[in-house]
Write a protein that binds this ligand. Sequence first.
Ligand SMILES: Nc1nc2c(ncn2[C@@H]2O[C@H](COP(=O)(O)OP(=O)(O)OP(=O)(O)O)[C@@H](O)[C@H]2O)c(=O)[nH]1
Ligand SMILES: [Mg+2]
Length: 183
Amino acid sequence: MNEEWSEVFDECVQKTKLKRWIKVVTLGSPHVGKSSLIKSFCEKKVPKIYRPTVGIDYGCSNVQLVDSEVMVTFWDMSGHDDYKLIRQPLYKDTDICLLVYDESSNESFSKLGEYYKEFKLHAGKYGNIVVVGNKLDAVGTKSKSRSELEKWTNGHKLEVHQVSSFDYEDVANMFRHVLTTLI
Ligand SMILES: Nc1nc2c(ncn2[C@@H]2O[C@H](COP(=O)(O)OP(=O)(O)OP(=O)(O)O)[C@@H](O)[C@H]2O)c(=O)[nH]1
Ligand SMILES: [Mg+2]
């Protein structure tokens, strides 16, 4: 490697070391679209066929925010009870936990409390918990009556977003907002 390239290489290594790493965990009932939200943000595509996450999926992506660049690591958990023991030890050092429910499923909304407690019990110190109502397209309008939603989220002092994985721009805006709020 010549001297010029060596300097560029060193600079890149230095920048990578300095970059802030952010750990994002997704949690919520099976089939609510946790993996889809990540795919929507990182790849601008959402698989139509349901492939349940087996245990946990891991990935990372460089994200450019207005004033900084961050490396986001995604810890995408299966929502299935069978994987509780696998996912619980992985909550440590979480910066952002996305608690996801399906706008068209009241059951998934009513289960949020269980996932919230599970996360708090095993995470130790964490950054933010954010509630995400996904599949907004399936209900046409903001389905959860604001009062029902706000009763739960305000009670726990949680920020809430209602999106559809298929609306890539909306999903990207949500992730950017959540990441920017943290740093
Ligand atoms: N209509 C609609 N369907 C969606 C949306 N997001 C995801 N889906 C569909 O919902 C199904 C489940 O999505 P996944 O992302 O695999 O769900 P998950 O929460 O990761 O499920 P587990 O890994 O089993 O916990 C898939 O068939 C997706 O195509 C959305 O915003 N709207
Ligand atoms: Mg999944």
